[in-house]
Design a protein around this ligand. Structure first.
Ligand SMILES: *[C@@H]1O[C@H](CO)[C@@H](O)[C@H](O)[C@H]1NC(C)=O
Ligand SMILES: *[C@@H]1O[C@H](CO)[C@@H](O)[C@H](O)[C@H]1NC(C)=O
Ligand SMILES: *[C@@H]1O[C@H](CO)[C@@H](O)[C@H](O)[C@H]1NC(C)=O
Ligand SMILES: *[C@@H]1O[C@H](CO)[C@@H](O)[C@H](O)[C@H]1NC(C)=O
Ligand SMILES: *[C@@H]1O[C@H](CO)[C@@H](O)[C@H](O)[C@H]1NC(C)=O
Ligand SMILES: *[C@@H]1O[C@H](CO)[C@@H](O)[C@H](O)[C@H]1NC(C)=O
Ligand SMILES: *[C@@H]1O[C@H](CO)[C@@H](O)[C@H](O)[C@H]1NC(C)=O
Length: 402
C-alpha cells in the first residue's frame, strides 16, 4: 500500500498540536509551590502563564526557595462555577493581599491562619454579602476596601474598633446602618463610609484624627452641625460630607486646614454666610457648596473661581453675587445682589440675561457645566439648512414658472 501524503500530513499536524497543548499545560516553568498551583486552578485562575512571572496580572509571589509562595491574589470577573474551599484557602495562607472584584462567589469562613496573615483585603461587587463578624476575623488588616456589597452590622464601630491595625478603610455602598463610632484609631489616614444608611451626628472624636487625609461620609443620613473642632483635622486633603442633612454654619476653624484640595459640602442644609477664608486655601481645586441654605454675598473674586477645576454654588436661594466684582458670565446659578447684599429677584440669571455692559471682560472659557455651545451649534445648523432649502425652492420656482 502506498501511504497517502495527505494522510501523513494530517497526522503530523495532529501530533504537533498534541505536543504543543501538552507543553503549555505542563507548567514545567513555574517555581510556585505545587499545592498553591493546584489551589489557584481550583479557583479558576488561569495558570497557563507562570503565576510568578511579573507579567501575570492577578498574582504576585515571594522569592522563597525551593518554591515560591503567593503573597497577592486578585480574583476578577470570576466565572459562576468557581467556589472557595477551606482546603484551597488553607494552602494559600501565605497571602497578604486578597482582592475580589466582580466575583459573585459565596463567602466561606476563612481559616484562622489565612485571615490573620492578611494585610490587605478588597471586595468590590463580590461575595454576595458580608457581616461584621466575618470581616473582623481579619484582625491584622491594614487596608480594608468593601464596596457594592451589603454588609450587615450594628454599625461601623464594631468593625473599626475591633481591627486595631487599620490605616485605610472603605465600606461604601454597603447598606451599612447605625451611627459613626465615638472612638477611632489614631492611625487612620483614609475613611470612606459613603453611600450607606448612617444616621446621627458627626462625633467630636472624629476630629482628633490628625493623620486623616481623606474623609468621605457623603450620601448618608447624618444630621446636626459640623463640630467646631473640625479644624483639628490638619492633614485633610479631600473631604466630602455631601448629600446628608447637616445644618448650621461652616466653622471658622476650617481655615486651619490649609492643604484642602477637595471640599464637598453640597446637598445639605448648611446656613450662615460662605466664609471668605475658603479662597485662601491655596491648593483647593474642587469646591461644592450647592443646594444648601447659605445667605449673603458670595465673598469670592473671579481669579479664585477661575482657578478651581470645579465650583458649584447654585440652589442657595438666599445667596447672591456682587455684580461689580463678579461677571454674570460665570453662570454661578445664584442671583445678583442688590445694594443691600440681598438677592435680586427674579432668581438665577441663565443664558438670556444680556450682558454687554459688563466691565469684567475676561473672555476665558465659561465653566464646564454648561450646555450653551451645543445649543448654538444646533441653532446654526437649523438656520443654514433652512436657507439652503429656501434657495432650492426659489430655483425650482424660477424654473417652473419661466
Ligand atoms: C472584567 O469584566 C469587565 C466588564 O465585563 C471588563 O470591562 C474588564 O476588562 C474585565 N476585567 C478583566 C481583568 O478581565
Ligand atoms: C500606628 O502605626 C504604627 C506604625 O505604622 C505602629 O507602630 C503603631 O503601633 C500604630 N498605633 C496604633 C494605635 O495602632
Ligand atoms: C465620595 O464618595 C462618593 C460616593 O461613593 C463619590 O462619588 C465621591 O467622588 C467621593 N468623594 C471624594 C472626595 O472622594
Ligand atoms: C481628591 O480630590 C482631587 C480633586 O478633586 C481628585 O483629583 C482626587 O482624585 C481625590 N482623591 C481621592 C483619593 O479621592
Ligand atoms: C442656621 O440653622 C440653625 C438651625 O438649623 C439655626 O439655629 C441658626 O439660627 C441658623 N443660623 C443662621 C445664621 O441662619
Ligand atoms: C482674589 O482673592 C484671593 C483670595 O482671597 C486674593 O489672594 C487675590 O489677591 C484676589 N485677587 C484680586 C484680583 O482681587
Ligand atoms: C460690591 O462691590 C463693590 C466694589 O467692591 C462695593 O463697593 C459694594 O459695596 C459691594 N456691594 C455689596 C452689596 O456688597
Amino acid at each position: 500500500m502506498v501511504p497517502n501524503p495527505s494522510h501523513f500530513f494530517l497526522s503530523f499536524t495532529l501530533l504537533l498540536f498534541l505536543l504543543s497543548t501538552k507543553s503549555s499545560s505542563a507548567q514545567s516553568t513555574t517555581d510556585l509551590d505545587p499545592n498553591q498551583l493546584k489551589a489557584l486552578r481550583s479557583l479558576g485562575v488561569p495558570t497557563g502563564k507562570d503565576p510568578c512571572s511579573p507579567s501575570h496580572k492577578s498574582t504576585i509571589c515571594d522569592s522563597s526557595t525551593p518554591f515560591h509562595n503567593l503573597i497577592s491574589l486578585k480574583l476578577i470577573n470570576c466565572s459562576n462555577g468557581v467556589t472557595l474551599t477551606q482546603t484551597a484557602l488553607k494552602t494559600l495562607s501565605t497571602l497578604q493581599d486578597l482582592q475580589f472584584i466582580n466575583c459573585p462567589v459565596s463567602p466561606i469562613h476563612f481559616p484562622s491562619e489565612f485571615s490573620s496573615n492578611l494585610n490587605s483585603f478588597t471586595c468590590i461587587n463580590s461575595l454576595k454579602k458580608l457581616t461584621s463578624v466575618w470581616l473582623i476575623r481579619m484582625r491584622n488588616i491594614v487596608n480594608l476596601t468593601v464596596s457594592n456589597v451589603p454588609v450587615s452590622a450594628s454599625g461601623p464601630s464594631i468593625i473599626l474598633n475591633s481591627i486595631k491595625t487599620l490605616h485605610t478603610v472603605t465600606i461604601s455602598h454597603a447598606k451599612l446602618k447605625g451611627v459613626l463610632p465615638t472612638r477611632w484609631h489614631m492611625n487612620l489616614t483614609y475613611v470612606d463610609l459613603s453611600g450607606n444608611e448612617l444616621e446621627g451626628k458627626l462625633p467630636t472624636s472624629l476630629t482628633e484624627l490628625e493623620n486623616l487625609v481623606h474623609l468621605n461620609l457623603s450620601s448618608n443620613s447624618l444630621n446636626g452641625t459640623l463640630p467646631n473642632s473640625f479644624g483639628n483635622l490638619l492633614s485633610l486633603k479631600n473631604m466630602s460630607l455631601a448629600s446628608n442633612s447637616l445644618s448650621g454654619s461652616i466653622p471658622k476653624t476650617l481655615a486651619a486646614i490649609a492643604g484642602l484640595v477637595h471640599l464637598d459640602l453640597g446637598s445639605n442644609q448648611l446656613n450662615g454666610t460662605v466664609p471668605k477664608f475658603i479662597s485662601d486655601m491655596k491648593g483647593l481645586k474642587y469646591l461644592n457648596l450647592e443646594r444648601n441654605n447659605f445667605k449673603g454675598v458670595l465673598p469670592f473674586n473671579a481669579s479664585f473661581i477661575k482657578k478651581l477645576v470645579v465650583f458649584k454654588v447654585g440652589e442657595n436661594s438666599n445667596l447672591c453675587y456682587n455684580h461689580s466684582t463678579l461677571s454674570s458670565k460665570l453662570k454661578l446659578g445664584i442671583a445678583q445682589c442688590d445694594k443691600h447684599g440681598l438677592p435680586l429677584s427674579p432668581p438665577p440669571p441663565k443664558e438670556d440675561l444680556s450682558d454687554d455692559t459688563e466691565e469684567d471682560d475676561d473672555n476665558s472659557p465659561p465653566p464646564k457645566h454648561e450646555h450653551g455651545p451645543s445649543r448654538v451649534v444646533f441653532g446654526v445648523a437649523i438656520g443654514l439648512s433652512s436657507i439652503v432649502f429656501l434657495i432650492i425652492f426659489l430655483v425650482l420656482l424660477a424654473k417652473c414658472c419661466k
